[in-house]
Design a protein around this ligand. Structure first.
Ligand code: GUN
Length: 282
């Protein structure tokens, strides 16, 4: 079997169009602020991309780039300022933060109704309770991508490999809300290959290149690669997912590429959240 591609580029283009159309409801365009602390190279690329997409869609964008040695007090002061700034509809703090800053403590300071990433525990709790205000961007992008291609979720055996707060954990909750039978696997899981082979939908969110190999995938399974790994190549790097794409493509029915798969969806969902939060403030 040769898998068909789940193109994030294609599905994201539709979301960007919806975001652009939604602008008509606003007299003032919605605004998104992004806070980056330090100089993590991957974060730098993501933040620039977020700014670019905002401009393309007509969303006002403000980027705050703070130095690596920013203190928790300084960052919490900026969060407090953004919370009360009437001209900012939504904002996010790019992760990871430098080690000396407590990530959870900072995320908890964000006003839940301005939480573009849906990382505040209040919003995470609402998601778990089945009554979300907004949805976390990466897993929301995964579901929009599956829906775009008409992949059925209800009643399916779904395996989520990974349990991060950004991807694996909320993705499992969202699949459960869509009536999948969800299993979470992680670094302590025994017999992972057997579990994988039982799954109809496999979501790899591990952060290790080539983690999911062809022998772990049953013929006809749908494979969604949530990993974005920077693998050294020549003087630079290439992006690789968690899935051994070439070999797994021979067994899966559908597969996401990296790049151009889930990663392409994430920013689209961020802008969609920004519009939703701005609309709620009208
Ligand atoms: N770092 C990696 N992915 C994300 C994301 O979706 N949001 C934020 N804020 N940081 C990230």
């Amino acid at each position: 079997m040769s898998a068909r591609l789940l193109s994030g580029k294609e599905a994201a283009a539709k979301v960007f169009d919806e975001v652009k159309s939604a602008m008509r409801a606003f007299t003032q365009p919605p605004s998104l602020a992004v806070v980056q602390v330090g100089s993590d190279p991957a974060s730098g690329v993501y933040v620039n991309m977020k700014e670019k997409r905002c401009l393309e869609c007509g969303i006002r964008s403000a980027v705050f780039r703070l130095p690596e040695n920013t203190t928790e007090t300084e960052l919490s002061e900026l969060i407090s300022k953004l919370n009360s700034d009437q001209t900012i509809d939504a904002f996010l703090i790019q992760l990871p933060l430098p080690e000396h800053i407590n990530e959870a403590r900072m995320l908890e300071l964000i006003r839940p109704d301005k939480d573009a990433d849906c990382f505040h525990p209040y919003n995470f709790g609402r998601l778990a309770a089945g009554n979300p205000l907004v949805l976390p961007c990466t897993p929301a992008g995964v579901l929009v991508l599956l829906d775009h291609y008409g992949i059925e979720i209800e009643g399916k055996r779904a395996l989520v490999i990974g349990r991060s707060n950004i991807a694996g954990k909320p993705l499992g909750l969202m699949l459960l809300a869509r009536h999948a039978s969800v299993t979470w696997a992680h670094s302590r899981t025994r017999n992972l290959p057997d579990l994988c082979r039982e799954a109809e939908l496999i979501f790899a969110a591990v952060g290790k290149p080539n983690f999911l190999t062809a022998d772990m995938v049953s013929p006809g399974a749908v494979v969604v690669d949530v990993g974005i790994n920077r693998v050294p190549s020549g003087d630079g790097y290439v992006l690789r997912g968690d899935v051994d794409f070439e070999a797994v493509s021979e067994r899966a029915s559908w597969i996401t590429p990296v790049p151009g798969g889930v990663g392409a969806m994430t920013i689209a969902m961020l802008l969609s959240n920004c519009v939703a939060l701005a609309r709620a403030r009208l």
